[in-house]
Design a protein around this ligand. Structure first.
Ligand SMILES: C[S@@+](CC[C@H](N)C(=O)[O-])C[C@H]1O[C@@H](n2cnc3c(N)ncnc32)[C@H](O)[C@@H]1O
Length: 397
């Protein structure tokens, strides 16, 4: 399908799905490079050690090679031969799903906008770790852009991309992801938007809305490695003052993945952005718990569980335990669930910036927040050649 038609279809789909919001002004959609846009390759390894396939499994669970996939950044495609050779050199047996034998399940590779790589071996066990370590210097010599390398353990026989245990294979654990004025940090297990070009536009646009709203306080819920929170902290600062530490805006980022929070904190420190704090918590209980704490009702959240009885509830996160003026949400496809109801009944929150990768759950969540008016919306084509897109909406109470 011609790219212009893809974009027009996505725009129409978003407008139709959100047709219940007549006050919504749609801005021009943000286009992406139509190929080579994906910064991460998730390659299931099949075949044999000598002749591995890197790609997907077919219906019979046999490997299908997709190393030339056109949506991958070309800098990922060009390293695939070296990675396939490494499978043979290190004697890594691809995991065979039908017989449940073998060790190497996936290769996960991310490329930064600067061309550096994060490489992860998803393994059934530690059996092949010594051989990976032994041959890694040769791979690093061949691919000097390899910055972070790790092994992830997925011992169970299940259709998952990765397991919980991560073993670093080298000193570096951070891949810097430079997106315009923002430098984000990616660690092996954190989520990152898959299209760096469009992610840069997404954070910049959200930052423009925050600069325009100019709230004293912002919560970024589902903050991942902190793209929206850091953009919100910098929003409205000019280039000169952005160099100086300190922001008058109080920003809190909440995310369930501790790895992502560690990356967000490290990016804030590296860029000298203070006034922004990141905490690992479940946003759906953390936000209502914090707000309840402010009104004196008992708080029932992990984030507040360490607060001594009778002690001020703000000890863990001073002074942001009162609801903020603006909330940014960027949830997984299922949407924000109970947070829609919390936003609806929390009058301190005057505006919401909602970034959604699923316009159906976005429409459902907005229907649960009738006190807010959707003012502006924008389709950002994060996923060309697929029916998916990112939709950014600005809501005001
Ligand atoms: C679509 S990603 C967005 C991440 C981030 N805003 C960004 O731009 O990279 C959704 C994030 O929500 C996190 N998440 C999922 N459920 C959560 C919850 N209940 N509370 C907090 N974070 C959650 C995931 O770990 C993931 O990082």
């Amino acid at each position: 399908m011609p790219y212009a038609q893809q974009l027009a279809d996505k725009q129409r789909a978003a407008e139709q799905t959100l047709a219940a919001h007549p006050g919504l002004t749609w801005l021009d959609p943000v286009a992406s490079p139509e190929s080579g846009y994906r910064n991460k390759a998730k390659m299931v390894v099949g075949g044999t050690s000598a002749r591995p396939t890197l790609g997907i499994l077919d219906a019979a669970q046999r490997g299908v090679d997709l190393r030339g996939c056109g949506i991958h950044d070309p800098r990922l495609t060009e390293v695939m031969p070296a990675l396939a050779d490494f499978v043979g050199t290190a004697g890594l047996a691809p995991y065979d799903v039908p017989t449940r034998r073998g060790e190497l399940k996936l290769l996960l590779v991310t490329v930064s906008p600067d061309g550096e790589l994060l490489l992860r071996f998803v393994l059934r066990s530690q059996e092949s770790l010594a051989r990976i370590r032994k041959h890694l210097p040769t791979l690093r010599a061949e691919l000097p852009q390899l910055r972070v390398v790790s092994a992830n353990l997925l011992p169970e026989h299940r259709a998952a991309i990765e397991g919980e245990t991560e073993i670093l294979l080298g000193d570096e654990q951070i891949l810097p992801m430079r997106l315009g004025a923002l430098e984000l940090h990616l660690r092996p297990q954190g989520f990152f938007q898959t299209n760096s070009h469009v992610a840069e536009r997404l954070y910049a646009h959200a930052g423009e809305w925050i600069a325009d709203l100019d709230p004293a306080s912002v919560w970024d819920l589902y903050c991942g490695v902190g793209g929206f929170a850091l953009s919100a902290a910098l929003a409205g600062r000019d280039a000169v003052s952005a160099d100086a530490a300190g922001s008058s805006r109080d920003v809190v980022g909440i995310e369930v993945s501790a790895e992502a929070i560690a990356a967000a904190r490290s990016a804030a420190t590296a860029s000298g952005i203070d006034g922004v704090r990141f905490e690992a918590a479940d946003a759906t209980t953390w936000a209502p718990g914090s707000a309840d704490a402010d009104t004196g009702a008992p708080a029932d959240t992990g984030a507040l569980a360490e607060t001594a009885p009778g002690a001020p509830a703000s000890t863990s996160l001073e002074p942001s335990l009162t609801p903020p003026e603006t909330v940014i949400v960027n949830p997984p496809r299922r949407g924000i669930g109970p947070l829609a109801d919390w936003l609806e009944r929390t009058p301190e929150v005057r505006s919401v910036v909602y970034s959604s990768c699923n316009v159906d759950s976005l429409a459902r969540d907005l229907a649960a927040m009738p006190s807010f008016t959707a003012r502006e919306g924008r389709v950002l084509d994060m996923f060309p050649q697929t029916p998916h897109s990112e939709v950014l909406v600005r809501l005001e109470r």
